[in-house]
Design a protein around this ligand. Structure first.
Ligand SMILES: C[S@@+](CC[C@H](N)C(=O)[O-])C[C@H]1O[C@@H](n2cnc3c(N)ncnc32)[C@H](O)[C@@H]1O
Length: 203
């Protein structure tokens, strides 16, 4: 259903992290095809990426009806021809409403959802992506070789107090989960504010 522009929601962090994310995406996204975003939230990232990468068709998604309403409202307001209406997609589901993608992105979801969402994300990405195609993750993580930064330690505590199934994930465990679906971690990029970009490729 077309969105009403008044339903646009705004997450200020997206304006801060979108261009550092674009810098990483420039090195990994294909020129054309379909880019599927999991957990699009307000839709602001997808809108920005659709402008910066006009050769790709952007497919946002989110299991939250409120989020999808905001995404539709942004689409209606921006009038971008390379953006599709959002899908109702729960990463943890066995049955995704889409069969193929040239690239998959998931920003700031895996620490704020149960581990089953990460397992489902990897399972879905393993099924949808062709050999060589990228899966891009962004967010705060734990790393085996260094202590958690104080800001991320506090964030982790806050997440766990809100839902005991949430919390910052170990990069190594995420990579292991991905490898079971033939997704290999090929690059880890330090990002502003103690975040990481993780780039996987389908083997
Ligand atoms: C912190 S917001 C991030 C939104 C956006 N990617 C951003 O960075 O602004 C987390 C999003 O994850 C979505 N989410 C939570 N569990 C999910 C799941 N199992 N599958 C897909 N999305 C999920 C929520 O609906 C929410 O929109």
């Amino acid at each position: 259903m077309p969105g009403n522009t008044d339903d646009r929601r705004h997450a200020p962090a997206t304006e801060r992290n979108r261009d550092p994310i674009v810098s990483v995406l420039q090195g990994i996204l294909p020129e054309s095809g379909l880019a599927l975003e999991i957990a699009s939230g307000t839709g602001e990232h997808a809108i920005h990426f659709a402008r910066v990468f006009p050769g790709l068709t952007w497919q946002p998604s989110d299991p939250s009806a409120d989020a999808r309403q905001s995404i539709s409202a942004w689409i209606a307001a921006e009038g971008l021809s390379n953006m599709r209406e959002p899908l109702d997609l729960d990463a943890a589901s066995e049955d995704w409403p889409i069969a193929k993608a040239s690239a998959i992105l998931c920003i700031n979801m895996i620490h704020i959802s149960p581990w089953e969402a990460t397992e489902g994300l990897m399972r879905g990405a393993g099924q949808l992506l062709e050999t060589g195609s990228p899966l891009y993750l962004y967010g705060p993580y734990r790393r085996a070789d260094r202590p958690l930064e104080p800001s991320n330690e506090a964030f982790d505590r806050d997440l766990r107090s809100r839902d005991s199934r949430w919390g910052l994930r170990d990069v190594e465990k995420v990579a292991e989960c991905a490898s079971r679906q033939r997704l290999r971690l090929v690059n880890t990029v330090d990002m502003p504010a103690n975040n990481l970009s993780l780039v996987f490729r389908k083997e």
